[in-house]
Design a protein around this ligand. Structure first.
Ligand code: ADE
Length: 258
């Protein structure tokens, strides 16, 4: 497989930690976004801030594929927990992704992306398995990564890895009523965010592998906004860097020459 790997996050805080770890990044500006081209753990990487929402994410993915020829896209960031056991500080590695706000019924079945025959887009199994293995290792000792004070502050004592359906929509879900409706309509959804399923759809169109790993920042309820930005900066950014870094370090090819 040729081409760099794309690492995408929606928020500046997450990308910042990753960029700081890239020794040689060069900025290429396309469509109002900064694409950071360089290496991380010896792997050729393009890191980019997608901005928030499905259209912003789809634009970013298309540029990554068309202009940078990336061989895979991995989305990292945060999500709101939906399923009962998915708690703040847990991590979800997606197996499938769906747009929860897409409904062209009765012309097409609810959630189906018209003319594709798909509502659920599969994440790449090999990349997702590798990410999940790394996440399991990281979550075994959250104190080592975050320090005792942060673990105590956010109550992150026994974080868990979950694998399954991640749903995306152009809405920050911040009421208990909204998250209850999503649980009712999509009972197997683990978590909700605002970009992943859009990127999965673009990658499906281009036949390029895609994976998503999201730290749970809130329970998508009335308290969802409370500590959100602090959680992203203090917890999720470190999870992202540790997970993506360990995953890249474990990739065998193509390695950087020199
Ligand atoms: N990303 C993180 N938390 C979220 C929420 N509650 N709704 C949508 N996207 C999110």
């Amino acid at each position: 497989m040729a081409g760099p790997v794309a690492i995408v996050a929606a928020m500046q805080e997450e990308l910042g930690a990753l960029l700081a770890a890239m020794p040689d990044e060069q900025r290429v500006r396309v469509a109002g976004r900064d694409f950071w081209v360089g290496h991380l753990h010896g792997q050729a990487v393009v890191a980019v801030l997608s901005r928030i929402g499905k259209v912003a994410a789809a634009t970013t993915a298309t540029v990554l594929l068309e202009r940078f020829g990336v061989r895979a896209i991995v989305f990292t960031g945060v999500a709101g927990g939906l399923a009962p056991g998915v708690r703040v500080g847990d991590v979800v590695v997606a197996t499938k992704l769906l747009q929860h706000d897409l409904d062209a019924s009765p012309i097409f079945p609810k959630y189906e992306v018209p003319l594709t025959g798909h509502a659920r887009f599969a994440a790449d199994t090999a990349i997702s398995d590798a990410l999940a293995a790394v996440v399991a290792g990281v979550l075994r000792d959250p104190v080592a990564l975050l320090g005792q004070a942060v673990v105590d502050d956010f109550g992150l004592h026994a974080p868990r890895l979950h694998r399954g359906l991640l749903v995306s929509g152009d809405r920050f879900v911040s009421t208990a009523a909204e998250s209850a409706a999503l649980r009712r309509d999509l009972p197997d959804a683990l978590a909700v965010e605002m970009e992943g399923a859009a990127v999965a759809q673009v990658c499906h169109d281009y036949r390029v592998p895609f994976a998503a790993v999201r730290t749970i920042s809130d329970r998508a309820d009335d308290a969802a906004h409370a500590d959100f930005l602090r959680f992203v900066a203090v917890v999720a950014s470190r999870y992202s860097l540790a997970v993506i870094g360990a995953w890249l370090a474990g990739l065998s090819s193509p390695a950087r020459s020199g």
